[in-house]
Design a protein around this ligand. Structure first.
Ligand SMILES: C[S@@+](CC[C@H](N)C(=O)[O-])C[C@H]1O[C@@H](n2cnc3c(N)ncnc32)[C@H](O)[C@@H]1O
Length: 282
């Protein structure tokens, strides 16, 4: 029988020098997850002994984490904008920088009962957060991946049951029509760019969620699909480092949009591009 504090220390030692930023904290979180408690609860149980089966499962999770598996897949959950989302290997683990896209969407001058589409919803992080923050909005969440949609459905039941989930490629989703805002964090990593992703992300997260030909292929398709938007509607997208300028240039050249803005994330990387559909084009 091992005590909580000894197990956490054993886990911490196994994680030191691995891909993990805060080994002690991560070890504590994994054990807290198995014990069904929070980190604070774990502290309170510091001196308690841990059942051998749980100790074995903990050490197995630590070994998988040390080998690079994302912590969120090990615990099956990730917090996003203050809410807990179930996640697994069918979806991208929602990233903190995507919370900025949510903040941007919430600040746009939209009607009270805005119709909003999230393209490539994954776990549902963006769509369900918007629906939970703005209960009067009518939100549609779409994805090409049936696995992602199945997971998002469970999250919707817990967080925002009114959200409609649609299995569709991006053009088909936009053609549903009538949206005041289309928001998307699409795949934007160039598969040929070996340096763009850590080996752990590459090995564990779904390729459909990560990769787009040349980096910009899906973003460019979204720009063109904006043809289906009514004048005055917004398209707000997350982009990869170094992609904002190229996307804005293409949007200007295409002539569909009359208002463009770019904002940076906390690391100073130009991360979000907002476009407003103009009256011309189509
Ligand atoms: C980067 S993930 C974003 C997931 C989630 N929105 C988030 O921010 O955490 C991109 C998502 O887009 C989906 N996807 C990729 N290509 C697509 C396409 N052509 N049409 C619709 N969805 C697509 C993937 O299945 C994946 O779930």
């Amino acid at each position: 029988m091992t005590r909580v504090r000894e197990l956490v220390e054993q886990g911490r030692r196994s994680l030191v020098g691995r891909v993990v930023e805060a080994p002690g904290r991560e070890a504590a979180r994994l054990l807290a997850h198995l014990l069904g408690t929070g980190e604070a609860g774990l502290l309170a149980r510091d001196g308690e002994t841990v059942d051998a089966t749980i100790a074995d499962r903990f050490l197995e999770l630590v070994a998988r984490r040390a080998a690079g598996e994302p912590a969120a897949y090990l615990t099956g959950e990730r917090e996003f904008f203050g809410r807990r989302f179930a996640v697994d290997r069918r979806v991208l683990v929602p990233r903190p920088e995507t919370e900025h896209l949510v903040e941007i969407a919430l600040a746009l001058p939209l009607p009270d009962r805005a119709r909003v589409l999230d393209v490539g919803t994954g776990s549902g992080a963006i769509a369900l957060t918007l629906a939970a923050e703005r209960p009067a909005w009518r939100v549609v969440a779409s994805d090409r991946s049936l696995g992602a949609l199945a997971l998002a459905r469970g999250n919707a039941q817990a967080l925002a049951p009114g959200v409609a989930l649609v299995a569709a490629d991006l053009d088909a989703a936009l053609e549903l029509g009538g949206f005041d805002l289309v928001v998307s964090n699409p795949p934007y990593v160039d598969p040929e760019d070996e340096t763009a992703l850590s080996p752990e992300v590459r090995a564990h997260e779904p390729p459909l969620a990560l990769f787009a030909h040349g980096g910009l292929a899906v973003l460019e398709r979204l720009l063109a699909a904006g043809r289906a938007l009514r004048p005055g509607a917004y398209l707000a997208v997350e982009v990869g480092a170094g992609q904002a300028a190229a996307l804005v240039e293409r949007a200007r050249a295409g002539g569909l949009y009359d208002e463009l803005s770019v904002s940076s994330d906390l690391a100073g990387i130009e991360r979000d591009v907002v476009l407003r559909r103009g009256a011309r084009g189509g």
